[in-house]
Design a protein around this ligand. Structure first.
Ligand code: HGY
Ligand code: MN
Ligand code: MN
Length: 421
């Protein structure tokens, strides 16, 4: 493993990473915006590009039974457990081009630097196909398959056009019956390291390029429904209205107030009023709720307060409300020894002591933690840390530092692992 001494090579590799992020960013199912979702033809094209780059880096490449693209170089002996590096290549709608792909591209460059037969473990790279869950609502499904925590209920999830995950799997050329083959054994994995953009403003505010990640916030997501009575916009006096949209709107503002009071991150990302006529009082509103916090207990306290608020608001307005939990992933701690290795890597690349941040965003590392210890490296986002937006940005200089830090972190993991063995 060569480190920061080859800054010319690092700078060239960083430019290659940025060019490849642009190439992936051009593969989209929505003209004029970047949207690339699970098991689409765009996913297939992106996976093919990534597989080719893994091959160029000298990795043996395959697609696992869940559609994740995988690559491997052997260590200093046959069939050694693998240190897994990776992230995802799917996106949210109208996404930025670095959320996910940057981690995959950094991992490929680190693997390309690792001479086969030298490390005390094999080195694997994985490009997960469904971290966001945009198409089927099945967040982390690719990494959950690898971790052996796949939920068979997902097979019947459908996309906006009614295609089930099962059908999409088969059309993609995958056999749902073989899905369990994607699961890895703990004995076959040393650990998992993921490099990812911060998706927040803290590194930019601190003037730092990289950070160690201490933990990943647990998230709970709900589909809420507020029900009133549809009516004529002209003929219905206020005192007879049971307006679901006004009630839902009052709840949305209260959700934000509770989140701020309890220091919990609460977001309503989607809200639809039905029947949707401009001259009809909405009789039903469906809205999403995404709740996260550094500690699960705080997140769950906020959910309790939000339920009380919904009861009060709907009672006063003669409305009803209901909730269905659609996603839950509890907070994950990054292993101390991996945090130390990432910290050592950042110090080797940047010189000074790095920041340590907890991740407000969810990551595949949350799922992989079910089968291996995990560590993460954050890379500064520009534009006040904006992400899940085409304004998402990173600098080539920070990517170069991230590559040297990630390389040195893998070397530090190898030293610690060899000392344990
Ligand atoms: O929602 C998240 O935090 C991640 O980007 N999927
Ligand atoms: Mn994301
Ligand atoms: Mn991501």
């Amino acid at each position: 493993m060569n480190g920061a001494s080859q800054s010319a090579e690092t700078a060239q590799a960083a430019r290659r990473i940025m060019a490849r992020a642009d190439a992936l960013g051009a593969i989209s199912e929505t003209p004029g915006a970047l949207t690339r979702t699970h098991l689409t033809e765009e996913h297939r094209r992106a996976a093919k590009l990534v597989a080719g780059w893994m091959h160029e880096a000298g990795l043996a490449v395959w697609t696992d039974a869940a559609g994740n693209v995988c690559g491997r170089i052997e260590g200093a002996g046959p069939e050694l457990p693998a240190l897994l590096l990776g992230s995802h290549i799917d996106t949210v709608p109208d996404a930025g081009r670095y959320d996910g792909p940057l981690g995959v591209l950094l991992a490929i460059e680190v693997a390309a630097r690792a001479a086969p037969g030298v490390l005390p473990f094999a080195l694997e790279v994985v490009a997960f196909g469904d971290e966001e869950g945009t198409r089927f609502g099945t967040a982390l499904s690719g990494s959950r398959a690898l971790a052996g925590s796949w939920d068979d209920a997902w097979w019947d999830c459908t996309d906006a056009s009614g295609i089930s995950l099962r059908t999409a799997f088969e059309r993609f050329g995958l056999d749902p019956r073989r899905l369990p083959d994607a699961a890895r054994e703990p004995k076959d994995l040393v650990a998992y390291l993921e490099a990812h953009i911060e998706q927040g403003p803290f590194l930019e505010q601190a003037g730092q390029p990289l950070a160690v990640v201490s933990s990943i916030a647990g998230a709970r997501r709900f589909a809420l429904t507020v029900t009133g009575r549809a009516g004529h916009a002209g003929g219905t006096p206020y005192e007879l209205r049971r307006d679901a949209l006004v009630g839902a709107s009052e709840l949305v503002v209260e959700i934000e107030r509770i989140g701020q009071e309890l220091d919990v991150i609460a977001t309503v990302g989607r809200m639809h009023a039905y029947p949707g006529g401009v001259n009809v009082i909405p009789g039903r509103v469906e809205l999403s709720l995404d709740l996260r916090a550094e500690f699960d207990a705080d997140r769950d306290d906020a959910w309790g307060r939000i339920q009380e608020a919904a009861d009060q608001i709907t009672a006063l307005r003669d409305l009803e409300w209901s909730a269905q939990e659609t996603y839950r992933a509890d907070a994950v701690q990054c292993a101390d020894w991996l945090q130390q290795a990432v910290e050592e890597g950042i110090r080797a690349a940047c010189g000074d002591d790095p920041l340590t941040l907890w991740s407000r965003a969810g990551h595949d590392a949350m799922a992989v933690a079910g089968v291996a210890e995990v560590g993460m490296l954050f890379v500064r986002c520009g534009n006040q840390g904006v992400s899940h937006s085409p304004d998402e940005t990173v600098s080539t200089g920070d990517v170069a530092l991230a590559l040297d830090a990630f390389t040195a972190a893998v070397r530090a993991v190898a030293e610690r692992y060899a000392a344990r063995s």
